[in-house]
Design a binder for this molecule. Sequence first.
Ligand SMILES: Nc1nc2c(c(=O)[nH]1)N[C@H]1C(S)=C(S)[C@@H](COP(=O)(O)O)O[C@H]1N2
Ligand SMILES: [Mo]
Length: 380
Amino acid sequence: MPEQEVAGELVMGWPSRKRIQATTIASRSGKVVAGFTPVAEQEGLLTPTKAFYIVQHMKVPDPVLPEDWSVTVDGLVKRSLKLSLEDLRALPGRSVRMVFECSGSQADFFEPRLPGREKASRFAQTIMAAGEFTGIPLATLLQEAGLQAKAGWVRMEGFDFGKPGDNPEWPVEFHYDKALPLQKALDSDTIVAWAMNGEYLDHIHGAPARVVVPGWSSNWHVKWLRRIEVTEQMPPCYYQTQYYVYGGSLKEGEREEIVSALPVKALITQPKEDAVTWPRGKQVIRGLAWSGMGPVTQVEVSVDGGKTWHAARIEEPREKWMWVRWSLPWQFEPGKYTLKARAYDAAGRVQGTDPRYELRKGNFLSKNYAGIIPVEATVT
Ligand SMILES: Nc1nc2c(c(=O)[nH]1)N[C@H]1C(S)=C(S)[C@@H](COP(=O)(O)O)O[C@H]1N2
Ligand SMILES: [Mo]
């Protein structure tokens, strides 16, 4: 019998197989509060839940048991609602498969580089993953409540509460909140989800229920949901007006736009090294590509630092909100190579053409990095 991996009563086989898990960071009390996805180790499109990255801005709240939990819908509605998890599960459900990406992912690559970040690795801040989420459209709840004529924004509030982790000097404590413009709130793929990858949500991912807003930066996906409030104007949510904004600064006139749809982006996941040494012959360059205005329509690879580009093979399926896997086999002769990849999306966007996603100028908070990261290869 060959050596076997045995887990309880299951014979697993293949003992050296990689079992992927998030690289986690724990609080002083030993509880996991942050995690990165080992994205280059992922096979297939879905990120297993135990490998899914973890981010939040305030202290992780104490869990609320599903039987003690409810969500309210109020504000500019015809009838306020208060719904339990069972009430939500009684409505017609919907599942969506989507990429999650935190706006802080790969921020070390923004130019000019911050001191000490000159040698960033493209896998140092892999705050990106993909999952299947199951719940009900937010639109269904808004229709049940009935919108008043002046409804313009939908504020979603979590039950975590405190001062912002990035700014402890902020004068007030608050619940994490975000406010969607009505149109995106009514998109049938914007859902209130209680399940992820075929199971009820883990507490760290926002149980009993969270919102997911496909295509938009993950800070929109409000965890630990407790209230949905319809307003006429955009409410001044901290993580919408003080953070996750583009522009030169927060000052009047320099603050330009709230962060919403993710840019188009390809990431090389093979080779895994930032500088690789390969023997001559065939090597496969491989990666993932995604867009907040998807699907991805094309991926190109360069081995000469961007002078010439070659179409990569894109693997099926190409789903609107998901990433795609792509690859390009290449015959290498000895020499030095600079590998690059760039993606195109259905909205006509081309990676590497919008300076906002690479330069701190006009993006003072360095959100949504989507530049083209070169990978050096030496072939011997
Ligand atoms: N209630 C609440 N929801 C939140 C946050 C938070 O601090 N509080 N952080 C957001 C941010 S910045 C990200 S990137 C995602 C991360 O979701 P995950 O930990 O399930 O991957 O949750 C979002 N939802
Ligand atoms: Mo985030």
